[in-house]
Write a protein that binds this ligand. Structure first.
Ligand code: B12
Ligand code: SF4
Length: 490
C-alpha cells in the first residue's frame, strides 16, 4: 500500500517564521509532527512518502503513486487543505484527514472523504483495517484521550531535518487549566497524559542519530502540567545529555506559575531549555478573571517574567486584546508591560472564538458570534461582537503590533532582555549557517530595509557591552524582522 502524507501550506502567520527562514537558509520552521506520528502508526510494510508543502510542491507523480492521501490541518491551513483535496480528487484518490481543524461537524469537512476527529493512537487499528479492505467510513472519532504509551516514534526518516529551523518532539498532551478561549481541554483533555521517560529519550535519541544538533521544540500544551513527573523527566534528560554528549537545545510551552518553582527552573535550564512560551495574555486583572486564567493571578506577572529570565530561560509571551473587560487604555498597558519586561518575542493576538471553547459557547449564547474563526489569532479580524468599538479595536491592535516591532523599540526590548537574562546550562552551539545568517542580516537589515541605522547601532552596542551575547542578539533581530513584516501586512 502506498501512503502519501501531505502537510498543508501555512500562510504568513506569526509563527510561520517565513521572513526569518531566508536568513538561516531553511525551508520551514517546524516539521509536521502530527503526520510523522500517524505514519509511525501505519504497518511498516506500507510505503510512506511525505510532502510538506512548506518545503516542496506536490507533484502529479506523487498523487499517481498513492493509494491514499493522508493530511492534517489546523484551521489556519484550511485553504491549502482544500487545494490538496481538489487535486487528490482530480487524480482519483481518496483523502483521509485529521488534526485540530476537524470538530466532526458535518459543515466542517472541507471536502475531505474520511475525517478523523481526535488522536489517532486508539483508532489506528480500525482505520488501517478499513484502508486495507477499501471500506473506509466517512467519520472516525477517537473514543477517549488515548494512553501515550501507544504513541510510536515519529517517522523521522520521512523528512530531511536540514529543511527545518527546529525539530519537534512531544512528551505530554493536555493541560490542567481551563482558560475560556482555549480549545486544548476539548482537544487533549484536562488531565495531562505523558509518554514514559524512556519513550521521550528514544525520541531525542532518534533525532540525535539523524544528526540533529539544533533547537528542538517540546510541543506540549503545558510542559509543567504535572510537576513531579516533569521534574523526574528533567533529571532523566540531564543524564541523557551527559551520556549522549548531545548539544541539542530545547524550548517548550508552560504556564506562568513555573516562576514560583525555582527547582523546576534550575532543572529546566540544566536540561537545556533556553526558551519557554508563556500565555501571559494581559496585564489587566479583570480580563484575566474574565477568561479564568487564575494561574496568572497568583503572582505579579512582570516579576514572574524576570525570575524566569534570570534563571537563564528566555520568555516568549502570548498576549491577547479584545476581552470584554479591556478598557481603551489596554493597548498602552500591553505595550508598556512587554517593553519593560523585555519579552522580545511577544505574540499579541486578537481574541478569537474558536469552536469547542467555552468562549465560543458563551458568545453564541449571547448572540455575539459573527462567523467562523480563521484559526489565526494574529490576523486583524474578529469573529464576534466585541465590547470595545470594532474599528477602534482593530486599528489599535495593528498599531500596537507595528509599534512593538518598530526596529528601535524592538532592539531596546532585546537589550532589556539581555540585561535580565543570566545564561545557564549548556551553551547554544554555533551552527555552520550562523555566519551566513549574520552576513545576510547585515545585508538585509543593515543595508536593504528600513531601520538600518538602528540595526548597526544595536549591533555596536551589543558588541561593546555584551560581546558574548552577539549570537542571541542577532537571532532575535532576525526573528523580529519576520514579526515586523507580518505586523506591517496586518
Ligand atoms: C507545535 C505547534 C505549532 C508549531 C508547529 C506546527 C506544525 N507544523 O506542526 C508552530 C509553532 C509552527 C505552530 C504555529 C501555529 N499554531 Co500551533 N500548535 C502546536 C501545538 C502546540 C502542537 C502540535 C503538535 O505537533 N502536536 C503533536 C502531534 C503528534 O499531535 P497532532 O498534530 O494533534 O496529531 C495527532 C491527532 O491530531 C491526530 N491527527 C492529526 N493529523 C492527522 C491526520 C490523519 C490522517 C490522522 C489519521 C490523524 C491525525 O493524530 C495525531 C496523533 O494522535 C498545538 C497544540 C496541540 N496540542 O495540538 C498548537 C495548535 C495546533 N496551533 C494552533 C494555532 C492557532 C497556531 C497558529 C495559527 C498560531 C499563530 N497565530 O501564528 C500558528 C499557525 C501555523 C503555522 N505553522 O504557522 C492551534 C490550532 C487551533 C485550531 N483548531 O486550528 C493549536 C491547537 C493550539 C491552540 N489550542 O490554540 N503551532
Ligand atoms: S494554560 Fe494554556 S494550554 Fe492550558 S488551558 Fe490555558 S491557554 Fe490552554
Amino acid at each position: 500500500m502506498n501512503i502519501l502524507l501531505v502537510e498543508p501550506r501555512t500562510p504568513d502567520t506569526f509563527w510561520s517564521m517565513r521572513h526569518a527562514l531566508r536568513f538561516v537558509g531553511k525551508r520551514a520552521a517546524y516539521p509536521p509532527l502530527g503526520l510523522l506520528t500517524v505514519a509511525g502508526l501505519l504497518p511498516r510494510a506500507w510505503h510512506c512518502r511525505l510532502v510538506d508543502l512548506n518545503v516542496r510542491p506536490l507533484g502529479d507523480r506523487d498523487l499517481q503513486w498513492a493509494d491514499y492521501v493522508l493530511t492534517s490541518a489546523m484551521l489556519v491551513q484550511t485553504a491549502s487543505l482544500a487545494e490538496i483535496v481538489a487535486r487528490s480528487h482530480r487524480a482519483g484518490k481518496a483523502v483521509i484527514a485529521g488534526g485540530p481543524a476537524f470538530t466532526g461537524d458535518a459543515a466542517d469537512r472541507f471536502g475531505v472523504d474520511h475525517v478523523v476527529v481526535g488522536e489517532a493512537e486508539e483508532l489506528a487499528p480500525a482505520l488501517i483495517g478499513d484502508m486495507a479492505a477499501g471500506a473506509l467510513q466517512p467519520l472516525y472519532r477517537s473514543p477517549r484521550f488515548p494512553d501515550l504509551a501507544l504513541t510510536p516514534l515519529p517517522r523521522w526518516d520521512l523528512v530531511n531535518p536540514r529543511d527545518y529551523a527546529s525539530m519537534s518532539v512531544q512528551w505530554c498532551r493536555g493541560c490542567p487549566f481551563d482558560c475560556e478561549f482555549c480549545d486544548i481541554a476539548a482537544l487533549n483533555g484536562r488531565v495531562p497524559r505523558h509518554k514514559s521517560n524512556a519513550q521521550f529519550l528514544a525520541e531525542l535519541d532518534a533525532l540525535h542519530a539523524r544528526g540533529w544538533r539544533g533547537m528542538t521544540f517540546v510541543v506540549d500544551d503545558n510542559f509543567v502540567g504535572n510537576r513531579p513527573r516533569c521534574r523526574d523527566l528533567l533529571r532523566a534528560v540531564i543524564q541523557w545529555r551527559r551520556r549522549s554528549g548531545s548539544r541539542m537545545v530545547l524550548m517548550t510551552e508552560a504556564s506562568v506559575d513555573i516562576a514560583n518553582d525555582p527547582e523546576m527552573l534550575q532543572l529546566m535550564a540544566e536540561a537545556g531549555f533556553k526558551k519557554v512560551f508563556l500565555g501571559i495574555e494581559t496585564p489587566s486583572i479583570e480580563s484575566l478573571r474574565e477568561c479564568r486564567k487564575h494561574q496568572n493571578l497568583r503572582s505579579d506577572l512582570a516579576t514572574a517574567v524576570r525570575t524566569i529570565q534570570a534563571a537563564g530561560i528566555e520568555v516568549i509571551g502570548g498576549f491577547i486584546v479584545g476581552f470584554d473587560n479591556d478598557q481603551p487604555d489596554i493597548f498602552e498597558r500591553q505595550f508598556e508591560f512587554i517593553q519593560k519586561t523585555g519579552v522580545a518575542t511577544a505574540m499579541v493576538g486578537l481574541l478569537q472564538a474558536v469552536p469547542r471553547t467555552r468562549l465560543y459557547q458563551r458568545l453564541a449564547g449571547e448572540g455575539r458570534l459573527r462567523g467562523d474563526s480563521t484559526g489565526d489569532n494574529t490576523s486583524a479580524g474578529l469573529n464576534f461582537e466585541p465590547r470595545l468599538d470594532t474599528d477602534f479595536l482593530l486599528r489599535n491592535y495593528r498599531q500596537l503590533m507595528q509599534r512593538l516591532y518598530e526596529p528601535r523599540t524592538y532592539y531596546r526590548r532585546i537589550q532589556t532582555f539581555l540585561a535580565a537574562h543570566r545564561p545557564r546550562g549548556p551553551r547554544i552551539p554555533y551552527a555552520r549557517g550562523d555566519v551566513a545568517a549574520l552576513v545576510r542580516s547585515l545585508w538585509l537589515m543593515g543595508v536593504v530595509h528600513s531601520g538600518r541605522r538602528a540595526y548597526w547601532s544595536f549591533l555596536t552596542r551589543t558588541l561593546l557591552r555584551q560581546p558574548s551575547r552577539l549570537g542571541v542578539a542577532v537571532t532575535l533581530a532576525i526573528t523580529g524582522f519576520h514579526f515586523r513584516q507580518v505586523s506591517a501586512a496586518l
